[in-house]
Each structure stands twice: as structure tokens, then as C-alpha cells.
Design a protein around this ligand. Structure first.
Ligand code: FAD
Length: 444
């Protein structure tokens, strides 16, 4: 229970205490996982604070430290693993009012964390630039939430993932020390808070590199055979002369879940959803011909900027649409090793068939184009999910387990000593996003 003094100390800062609103702002998209759902349902904060600037963030941090109240930072709450769910109540720090774009110049931008990725791109595109990568939730997701909780997305075929050196230039972070301060991290130091789920500092400003903005045409290409579609994806990824931003390959029946695209996707086809620079449409069509695909849908960049965009059917939006039709479906996230023949992709399709429906997203990793995957899984039991994960891992497929809220268990599965050391300095009382960092749990 928070005492009267706690509320009094927050005077002047916008807060929300109405239980239904607080409960709503305690959630994210963890319900995609039937394993996380029972663990996280009902975990709610006691109060939400909505700062408008860094000075207010510092004040909230001070109040939480003084009263030893847990603090969970939140952007738009579109994370999938319960990253923004408070496990032990306390204060939820909603950053969505900090929406100032401080500056944009060719090649870089500096923003407050609550800026939506769509808003950043709209402004950057006016000077011919755009984000290097965006999640398929770009319309609602915040820049701060993407950096602290996301991994990559549309654009990762060109620029790799968020964790790659160069994809985040600098951050300002507010600490939860006895006397909260602001620390600026630049260069490799940003790794201390990059993809740290907000366990070790409140990000109040970010400097990001931008990419030249191309006019992106959108295509759906259908294939009668999944492995041909997958090989097409790999070939397009490898084709340095064709500039592309997204290569999403979906095995039947995934495309049939896309109600809005039904006119373009007949039953029993496998589809490639692709964003290609308009200047490169001619060689792109030649590649489609070489692989025997048929172009069922084409939007120019101008048409694509209005109405539906294929971006919102790719990455984890595929799972979202599939779950709208069948809410029992869940998903996995994987990285397949580099292999021009995609042998392991074929093997996993043959082994699991319709139980694990293949969805590939080609990305660039350490200079090589590889298939990441967001497979859609017909859920039966938690044990079966574990079996599927173990089978993949024992064959050399890396699984970033989306069925855990523990930072280290989800992604690269290693304790990050730098992130832990930073937490020991900036959050000595362990108040930030309590229960999410295994390294800290082991310590306390
Ligand atoms: P939130 O969910 O609010 O927060 C995410 C994490 O960041 C939390 O741990 C939170 O505590 C922390 N955090 C937020 N703001 C701050 C801050 N200022 N300081 C410190 N910590 C902070 N992710 C991808 O990477 N790529 C995708 O393509 C993608 N597609 C998705 C599709 C769907 C349908 C869904 C539901 C999710 C998808 N995601 C994807 C996950 C998520 O949408 C993104 O990672 C998104 O960028 C998160 O932003 P957010 O503002 O919603 O963050």
C-alpha cells in the first residue's frame, strides 16, 4: 500500500489511480503466449505517473527511491513478453507524453522516448530520411520502448538488428540512486541499456542514426511450393542490386488468416510479402519470374502510404492476424544459421508440418543474409512447446523464447555483465522492473 506521503510527493505530476485504467496500463501483449498468460494476468501497478519532461522523470525517480516503491517504465505497451508488466505493483512510469523530436538532420535524429516511430518517420521523410528499422507496431510503438524492448524489424534486411553497433548512437538515462542523476551514454556504452527492458535506468532521450528514405513499393508474390518461396526470399536477400526493406515468407495456411488480403491470396498458396525500392521493380520482376512466382498484389509507394500497408502483416503482425481468427495459436521466434540451401528450414517444415507453420523474415546479420523466423504454433501444452524449442536448438536453430518474461531467458540467453554492473550503480535498491533480470535475482 502506498502511503499518503507518497501521493503528496508526486503533487504536480499527472497521475492515474482509477483501477481499470491502471490495470490497462499494466498490460502489454503477453497474451500471445498461453504460458505467460496465467503468470501475468492480474499483475497490476498501484499508480501510473505520466511525466512530460526529464525534470519530472527525475522527480518521480526521487519519490520512488525515497519510498522504496518499485518502478516499471512503459512506452505504448506493445511488447510481447510482459516486459512492461509490474510483477510487484508500485508505480508505472508512462513515457508517452514525452513526444518531442529535438532535432532531425540528414542521417540522424534526437528524440524523447515517447515519440512514436511513425511520427519520427513522417518528419524524417520530409528531408529524405527515415528510421533504419521499425517494428510492425510502428504506428503505436515508442522509440524508447523499441530500444528497451524490441529487437529489429522492417529494415533489418539492410541494417541488421537494434543491438548492432551503430544502430543506436546515444541515450540519456535517469537513475534511481539516493540522489537521481542523468547519465549520458554514447557509442558502445549504449549497450548498457539497449534491450534491457528498463531494468537499469529510465531513458529520457535517444540519438538514432537514420537511413536514406526510398519510395518503397509493396508486393505480394504467391508460390505453389513453400521451399521455392523460401529460396526466392534468400535470393532476393542476397541480390545486392535490388534495394529492399522487407522480405517476409509465409507458409500456407498463414496467408489465409489475412482477411484484408483475401482477394489477392487464394487458398493453399505460400506468399512472399516484400517492400522493394520503386527504382528496382524491373529486376525484381525478373527475379520473381526466375522462381516461378506470381505477383498478386502491387502498390506503389504513394498508394502504400495510404490505407493498408503490408508491413502490418509481417513480423509479429502475422501472429496477430492469425490469432484474430484462432486465438489458441501462439508463436516462436528463431534465427536459422546461414545456409544457401535452407536445409534446416526444410527439415523443420517436414518435421512439424502444420503444428509449426513457417514464417521467415530475412535479415542481415554480421554481413550475411539469414532467415529469422516467427513461426506460428498450434498450442497444446507447455511441455510440447519446450520439446519443439529443444528440437530446434539441438539442430542449431537459435530460439529467442517468447514465453518468458525474464530478460536473459528470452533473447541471447546470456547474462550481460555490463548491464548488471550498470544496474548495481544506477538502481542500488533494485526497484526497476522488479523480477525481470535473472542476473539481479541471482544476486539478491
Ligand atoms: P513497451 O512495450 O511499452 O515497453 C517495452 C520495454 O521497454 C519494457 O520493458 C519497458 O519497461 C521498456 N521501456 C519502455 N520505455 C522505456 C524507457 N523510456 N526507458 C527504459 N525502458 C523503457 N518488436 C520488434 O522488435 N519488431 C517487430 O517487428 C515487432 N512486431 C510486433 C508486432 C506485434 C503485433 C506486437 C504485439 C509486438 C511486436 N513487437 C515487435 C514488439 C513491440 O511492439 C516492439 O518492440 C515495440 O517497439 C515496443 O514499443 P512500446 O512503446 O510498445 O514499448
Amino acid at each position: 500500500m502506498l502511503g499518503k506521503a507518497f501521493f503528496a510527493d508526486l503533487e504536480g505530476i499527472e497521475t492515474i489511480t482509477a483501477p481499470t485504467q491502471v490495470a490497462k496500463l499494466s498490460e502489454d501483449y503477453f497474451r500471445f503466449s498461453p504460458i505467460l498468460e496465467p503468470l501475468l494476468t492480474g499483475k497490476v501497478g498501484d499508480i501510473v505517473a505520466r511525466p512530460t519532461n526529464e525534470a519530472e522523470v527525475i522527480r518521480v525517480a526521487q519519490v520512488c527511491v525515497n519510498h522504496r516503491v518499485p518502478l516499471t517504465v512503459r512506452g505504448s505497451g506493445t511488447g510481447n513478453y510482459g516486459q512492461a508488466v509490474p510483477l510487484q505493483g508500485g508505480l508505472i512510469l508512462d513515457m508517452t507524453r514525452m513526444q518531442t523530436i529535438k532535432w532531425i538532420k540528414p542521417g540522424a535524429a534526437c528524440v524523447e522516448p515517447g515519440v512514436k516511430l511513425a511520427a519520427l518517420d513522417k518528419q524524417a521523410q520530409e528531408i529524405g530520411w527515415e528510421s533504419r528499422m521499425i517494428p510492425s507496431t510502428f504506428r503505436s510503438a515508442t522509440v524508447g520502448g523499441f530500444i528497451a524492448g524490441g529487437s529489429g524489424g522492417i529494415g533489418s534486411i539492410l541494417y541488421g538488428q537494434l543491438r548492432d553497433r551503430g544502430n543506436l548512437r546515444a541515450v540519456r538515462v535517469v537513475t534511481l540512486e539516493d540522489c537521481p542523476r542523468v547519465i549520458e551514454l554514447r557509442g558502445d556504452d549504449v549497450k548498457k541499456v539497449n534491450h534491457a527492458y528498463g531494468v537499469n535506468g529510465i531513458i529520457t532521450e535517444l540519438e538514432l542514426p537514420l537511413a536514406p528514405a526510398y519510395a518503397w513499393a509493396e508486393f505480394v508474390v504467391n508460390f505453389s511450393d513453400f521451399m521455392t518461396a523460401a529460396q526466392f526470399g534468400q535470393a532476393l536477400g542476397n541480390c545486392d542490386g535490388i534495394i529492399k526493406k522487407m522480405i517476409c515468407i509465409l507458409a500456407d495456411p498463414i496467408p489465409s488468416y489475412f482477411t484484408a488480403l483475401r482477394n489477392y491470396i487464394p487458398d493453399r498458396v505460400h506468399s512472399a510479402l516484400v517492400l522493394v525500392a520503386e527504382t528496382d521493380i524491373e529486376p525484381f520482376r525478373e527475379l520473381v519470374r526466375e522462381f516461378g512466382g506470381s505477383i498478386a498484389y502491387k502498390k506503389s509507394a504513394q498508394e502504400a502510404s495510404k490505407g493498408i500497408s503490408l508491413v502490418e502483416f509481417a513480423w509479429n503482425h502475422s501472429t496477430l492476424h492469425a490469432r484474430t481468427v484462432d486465438p489458441t495459436l501462439t508463436y516462436l521466434q528463431s534465427l536459422f544459421p546461414a545456409d544457401p540451401n535452407l536445409q534446416l528450414v526444410r527439415e523443420m517444415c517436414d518435421r512439424f508440418k502444420d503444428e509449426v507453420m513457417m514464417h521467415l523474415e530475412f535479415i542481415r546479420m554480421n554481413g550475411v543474409v539469414i532467415p529469422a523466423a516467427i513461426q506460428i504454433v498450434r498450442f497444446t501444452t507447455a511441455e510440447r512447446i519446450q520439446e519443439i524449442i529443444q528440437y530446434h536448438e539441438s539442430h542449431g536453430v537459435l530460439i529467442a523464447n517468447p514465453h518468458t518474461y525474464i530478460l536473459e531467458d528470452g533473447g541471447m540467453k546470456a547474462i550481460d555483465r555490463n548491464q548488471l554492473a550498470f544496474k548495481q550503480t544506477v538502481d542500488p535498491y533494485g526497484l526497476m522492473n522488479v523480477g525481470k533480470m535473472r542476473a539481479w535475482l541471482g544476486k539478491s
